[in-house]
Write a protein that binds this ligand. Sequence first.
Ligand code: ANZ
Ligand code: ZN
Length: 819
Amino acid sequence: DEHYDPRAVQDKWQARWAELDPFEADEKDTAHERRYALDMFPYPSGDLHMGHAEAFGIGDVPARYWFQRGYNVLHPIGWDSFGLPAENAAIKRDSHPAEWTYANIDTQAASFRRYAPSFDWTRRLHTSDPEYYKWTQWLFLRFYERGLAYRKGGHVNWCPKDQTVLANEQVVGGHCERCGALVEKRVLTQWYFKITEYADRLLDDMAQLEGKWPERVLLMQRNWIGRSTGADVDFVIEGRDEPVTVYTTRPDTLYGATFMVVAADAALAEEICHPDHRAAFEAYRDEVSRESEIERLSSEREKTGVFLGRYAVNPVNGERLPVWASDYVLAEYGHGAIMAVPAHDQRDLDFALKFGLPVRVVVETGLADPAETGVATPGDGAIVNSGPIDGLTKADGISRITGILAERGTGRASVNFRLRDWLVSRQRFWGCPIPIVHCESCGEVPVPDDQLPVRLPEGLRGADLAPKGTSPLAAASDWVNVECPKCGGPATRDTDTMDTFVDSSWYYYRYCSPGYEGGPFDVEQVRRWMPVDQYTGGVEHAILHLLYSRFFTKVLYDMGMVDFTEPFTRLLNQGQVINQGKAMSKSLGNGVDLGEQIADFGVDVVRLAILFSGPPEDDIDWADVSPHGMSKFLSRVHRIASEVTSAPGADAATGDTALRRATARTVDEATTLVETQRFNVAIARIMELVTATRKAIDSGPGAADPAVREAAETIAILLSLFAPYTADEAWSLLGSTAPVIKAGWPTADPALLVEDSVTCVVQIAGKVRDRLEVPPGITAEALERQALASPKIQAALAGADVAKTIVRPPKIVNIVPAR
Ligand code: ANZ
Ligand code: ZN
């Protein structure tokens, strides 16, 4: 039967694959090359949607390619299954977060089975399973022992809607990354991971990723870590014993400092404030504490501040600088205090002009006086008004003044990072409990390894989980009150749970040995499978998840558990699926439902439409996609396979040479295109081969020619990366009983790749007048003769004399007529 029904084909092969499990990684096999293809694991919020279809469709291509090449491939799947939405659903429905979570996981798993990425289902994991989070806790304790997990009080980001703290990475433009609420600042004691200790390595190791990760992701990470080099300068404060240190990237402008500014919310501001100015200062500070981060950082806003009634002494010239407090200086960066150089720093200039403070130019940039124009001049130039460094450039001035300060002991070169430690505790229920006990006499006591996992308390559900600013776990008194593991005295469990980004920082290690009970992973298995060869996922994780995973990997390296320092060798960020030029949303009514698309067209059409629409990094506008076109193409493939009449194993060498050349070229190009992730172009090449094969059947050597079989088999194999159901059906129509994934990857006979003619362009005075088919090895003389003999050229010259010919064999001849 020639009729192609994509959904029937799909049902048939889905059942076969479930039986065969052709995608299991083989732990014991050491004979074949190994590859690890990883997709960012899903969060179980409802069923799969178009975004999943795109991400997992793209991630499946390299995995299937490696399977097809006969490699031993690890391509696992699991769920990032702790998190707030489950908890919010449980509160709304008066149920337990686990119910919603695991029901959604089942739904997604069934949809994945149908969508059919080449997953190894035997390695499936869920981060909310006690067997998994036991090891998240184990890792927390190892971090704790190394001083990399610690508790401290201080200003933290607080989401008033979710009623929990957030990491800096989870605050986007001043708003909660999850719910969009305006983030507030609170002073709380929280758990942190000391990622700042790894700042240098997180930056420097990026050299390994250059050219393999998208440049924009590397840039975002670099900016987030934000290494800046400059100097610390100590200023004596009149009437105070201790000096105040400021961090500056421009010590060359030290002579241009005209005042000092301390962060209004830093302890330092309160400490140095003169008693006469206290009332004004406190009023101002209270105002600042109500501001959001977004307001504080806005450069458009008018500057605010108060004088603290103190003077700092400039260490290089003894000048007295008034000390102010303001919100534009951040408490948590550098030393929370700055020397203000209004002539050369815009923020300082705005402040100076607002409060009538002096402006002194110390770098001659050739631009107008900042005091007049209100525009600071931050650029390079000759240093002036600066004693011993007059006449120097910026770079020389920086090193000279840093040297002078160091000699006198009033300053030193310094490096600062924008990166802050990672706040990992959350006041929510559905997360991994922090395995620490607080004892009245012993303080913080780690839960011993043999008592892990610390399971979530039972009995809490629905309204018990409602956010109240403290962790819901605190209400489970039976669970909270325990004996101190150290002294046996009364103690209480830590009631916070971990940021779910902790769970996802190591899941790809667990996949290498999912049932392992001797640790988070079997070191031997990880040595064999990792690092990940190809990681596919959304660019929204460009900072958070990827930075944290890189950090975890470096800690594991220091612990001697892994022998590499970067977890993901290659990274691909797929684009988004949009519709009618806009992100899909309920309010716009432009949503596209994956289930409906699959019901209408079948999985292969959806996959192919996604992969053919453009480069994988680009957004896909579903309005521009043609499922009908894809469907037609697949039925052409199906028809070719059903029409081949030569027997399996027929000697292709006896077949039609032109078609054989087309097949060889397609194999050769598709291989390179898949390896360089130009999947859409690879599909276009397959389409061309389908057209050539159709022609060979209809108006060429016919369906019995062995070259036609060779082409049809090649099409089935290449197509298996993009439309696996149709590929397998075509493959079986061609007479095979094994699935196409076992068919190997074709190689192109080099003899068939040699072109027997190339096209030569013949121009007259730069204008193309003719095209000639010539042998690739043609000589300049022969080519010139042939070009001049061409009837079209003769006609175009119309008898004019030839002044000169420029011949570049075999592709170009340019004829210059005499005038
Ligand atoms: C004097 C100066 C003169 C500065 C000049 C800049 C230009 P990055 O590159 O981000 O490290 N600064 C230092 N600590 C600060 C804080 N806690 N809050 C706000 N600003 C702070 O920027 C370093 C520069 O930002 C420092 O160099 C300091 O201003 C300011 F022509 O010092 B500079
Ligand atoms: Zn104790």
